[in-house]
Ligand binder design. Structure first.
Ligand code: PLP
Length: 384
């Protein structure tokens, strides 16, 4: 038995995506910069991918920059904007609960003369818009607020935040890390005043190591990777053709029967949460229902270390995460859980279950039954 509930860490690649990538790797393997037919065939895949993504986001094809994934898109958004706008100011605003791809980049920028404001969040992880209003100043050049968190179920009020920023000064660049949100929300960047948006393919049943940065036309941003001048010199390096084509197909598949899929995810989430909270000594972190994201479920389990529970579940073929997998190789306690005010005793006792539409109620029943079997045993060790 294998039950995979770690879809916020990464997802299984859709079989149709594998098929397409396989064909491209075996047959259309040309370099898209080559002038001959092989190159033209490869370039055609890139163009098709742009068309698919542009139609999903209702944007222009030239507003899509392919990258190696969420981390690079976030780095490019922050460093690229900081470099291009440094004459206008040195102040950047973000939140306390961003992914390390943002927070480590702001640390780097701080060391290089930029001033960063980290906005606090409430107990559900929702960013405080009054604090955003108060933080804006004439030196502010960039605001970066994630669309959906990777550890707890919360979608940030991005459109409202961006409207506040643009009203204060339309020149301020607004970025959102949508790595956990693209494929779960219909995001039309222009409708929400988003100038820059990071997306990663492996969270939406696409391949790893590929993503894109949406860059609204005329946004001031510099490249951070230099070389052969690909992608109009905004991001040098031979394009990952199979990855790019695979990502676009994965995105297209995500948005087919979209409402049905999202309703199903919310139903699965509530089904699981209500049952898990029946177990003694459990606390839910984040927002319930539609105010939260459809796929992330964070639960604190009293008197059990998350890593112990993670491995006990693993022994039963159930895969979950303690904290967020992309940063779990760092032993530090989660900054997100601290920022939302999770009690100290729960910081090291929290598990993230993350769903995809392939999960079933039967699987969730098995997980609940397994938790009911494991928890009393594990707690006996801690409580004595
Ligand atoms: N941003 C968020 C919110 C994420 O959840 C992740 C990965 O989990 C990333 C950025 C990094 O994306 P990637 O793994 O594609 O570099």
């Amino acid at each position: 038995m294998e039950i995979y509930l770690d879809n916020s860490a990464t997802t299984a690649v859709h079989p149709e995506v594998v098929q397409l990538m396989n064909k491209i790797m075996l047959e259309d393997y040309g370099n898209p910069s080559s002038k001959h037919k092989k190159g033209v065939d490869a370039e055609m895949h890139i163009n098709e991918a742009k068309e698919i993504l542009a139609s999903i986001m209702k944007c222009d094809k030239k507003e899509i920059l392919f990258t190696s994934g969420g981390t690079e898109s976030d780095n490019m958004a922050l460093i690229g904007t900081a470099l291009a706008n440094k004459r206008r100011g040195n102040h950047i605003i973000t939140t306390m609960i961003e992914h390390p791809a943002i927070l480590e980049t702001t640390v780097f920028l701080e060391k290089n003369g930029f001033r960063i404001t980290y906005l606090p969040v409430d107990s559900t992880g929702c960013v405080k818009l009054d604090e955003l209003r108060a933080a804006l100043c004439p030196e502010t050049i960039l605001v970066s607020i994630m669309y959906a968190n990777n550890e707890v179920s919360i979608a940030e009020p991005v459109a409202e935040a961006a409207a506040i920023v643009k009203e204060y000064n339309p020149e301020i660049v607004f970025h959102t890390d949508a790595v956990q949100a693209f494929g779960k929300y219909r995001i039309i960047p222009k409708k929400e005043n988003i100038d820059l948006m990071s997306v990663s393919a492996h969270k939406l049943h696409g391949p790893k190591g590929v993503g894109f940065l949406y860059i609204k036309d005329k946004t001031r941003i510099n490249p951070i990777i230099f070389g052969g001048g690909q992608q109009k010199a905004m991001r040098s390096g031979t394009e990952n053709v199979p990855g790019i084509a695979g990502m676009a197909l994965a995105a297209k598949l995500c948005y087919e029967d979209f409402d049905e899929k999202i309703n199903r995810l919310y139903e699965l989430k509530e089904y699981f949460v209500s049952r898990v909270l029946d177990i003694e000594g459990t606390v839910y972190n984040g927002k319930r229902g539609r105010e939260g994201t459809p796929h992330v479920i964070s639960i604190s389990f009293e008197d059990v270390r998350s890593e112990v529970l993670l491995h006990a579940l693993e022994d039963k073929g159930i895969y979950v995460s303690s904290g967020s997998a992309c940063s779990s190789n760092k032993p530090a306690l989660s900054g997100t859980l601290k920022a939302i005010g999770v009690k100290n005793k729960f910081l090291d006792s929290t598990i993230r279950f993350s769903l995809c539409t392939d999960n079933t109620k039967e699987e969730l029943d098995t997980v609940i039954a397994t938790l009911k079997e494991l928890l009393p045993v594990l707690r006996r060790y801690t409580r004595h």
